[in-house]
Design a binder for this molecule. Structure first.
Ligand code: PBG
Length: 327
């Protein structure tokens, strides 16, 4: 007898204990990666378009690392706001082993040795034009020349103690070259999380404020980041990155691309991560400020959606808040 009234779908929903018992998906603090912005100096710099998120100096970064460790968050993703005078056409500061990023990695390792550190491999926080790579006279981002610098950047980050290097630049062929270089330089346990399906999205605005590249960016990133219209292309990107040695892959942004996450998970059965990006965070905060929704509920529902779609974990600016809600 498989229909009403013998079957009542509402029956298991009637009590809280039963809803808990029947939950198909679980979310824990161990599913979260916390992106943090680092700045020179020792202050805290709030970011207007990311209310509740600040850039931190090295002491603040160390405090956040201890906080993450106490909350059971396994990993921090780092993004530097490079001082304007250190940005250049070719983004050489990315290769300085004493740059802000490298000092922040060490500060985290000293403060909270059990936290994993994920670093972004891309040149945009270091270039005077705001692009992720080198540009030619027409402003076109050069693939192979950029990949060469990204390999060097990844090695500098690994040398400073990064546990996961995450190329977010969308250049072709860079994952394989980075893997090869890491192996050759004795970093065989440094992972690569490839931003495989990264879309040319309107949801990155607040991030570009946070790393100071919004005002600098010339044009858009559509010649390297993906067209939001495409899904099959995302599967090809993932396949290539896995072939080249990616340990895990990422889909970015998050919520508007849950279909991509599910398709990647079903097709490849590898760890898939989502980046709930700055614009998504800002939308939730704007909804809360407008009285349109409850922050805690919105945060937990969106994070659960990523798990349900097949994610191993989520990069989210709400990581500490969510972990606190789960404590
Ligand atoms: C840059 C990078 C971006 C983000 C992460 N790495 C922005 C971009 O591609 O312009 C966006 C993250 C966010 O919006 O939270 N390589």
């Amino acid at each position: 007898m498989s229909h009403y009234p013998a079957l009542r779908m509402r029956r298991p929903r009637a009590a809280g204990w039963s809803r808990r018992l029947h939950a198909e998906t679980v979310l824990t603090p161990a599913d979260l990666i916390w992106p943090l912005f680092v700045t020179e100096g020792d202050g805290e710099e709030p970011i207007a378009t990311l209310p509740g998120v600040s850039r931190w100096g090295l002491n603040g970064i160390a405090d956040r690392a201890r906080e993450a460790q106490d909350l059971g968050i396994p990993c921090i993703a780092l993004f530097p706001n490079t001082p304007r005078e250190l940005r250049s056409d070719r983004g050489e500061e990315a290769l300085n082993p004493d740059n802000l990023m490298c000092r922040a990695i060490k500060a985290i390792k000293d403060a909270a040795p059990d936290i994993g550190v994920l670093t972004d491999v891309a040149l945009d926080p270091y270039t005077s034009h705001g692009h992720d790579g080198l540009i030619d006279d027409c402003g076109y981002v050069l693939n192979d020349e950029t990949a060469e610098l990204l390999v060097a950047q990844a090695l500098v980050q690994a040398g400073a103690g990064a546990d996961i290097v995450a190329p977010s630049d969308m250049m072709d062929g860079r994952v394989g070259r980075i893997r090869e270089a890491l192996e050759a330089e004795g970093h065989c346990n440094v992972q690569i999380m490839a931003y495989s399906a990264k879309y040319a999205s309107a949801f990155y605005g607040p991030f570009r404020d946070a790393v100071g590249s919004r005002g600098l960016l010339q044009g858009d990133k559509k010649t390297y980041q993906m067209d939001p219209a495409n899904a099959e292309e995302a599967l090809r990107e993932v396949a290539l990155d896995l072939e080249e040695g990616a340990d895990s892959v990422m889909v970015k942004p998050g919520l508007p691309y849950l279909d991509i996450i599910r398709r990647v998970k079903d097709a490849f059965e590898v760890p898939v991560f989502a980046y709930q990006v700055s614009g998504e965070y800002a939308m939730i905060e704007a909804a809360v400020a407008a009285g349109a929704g409850d922050r805690d509920a919105l945060v937990m529902e969106t994070l659960m959606a990523f798990k349900r779609a097949g994610c191993a974990g989520v990069l989210t600016y709400h990581a500490a808040h969510a972990a606190r809600l789960m404590a």
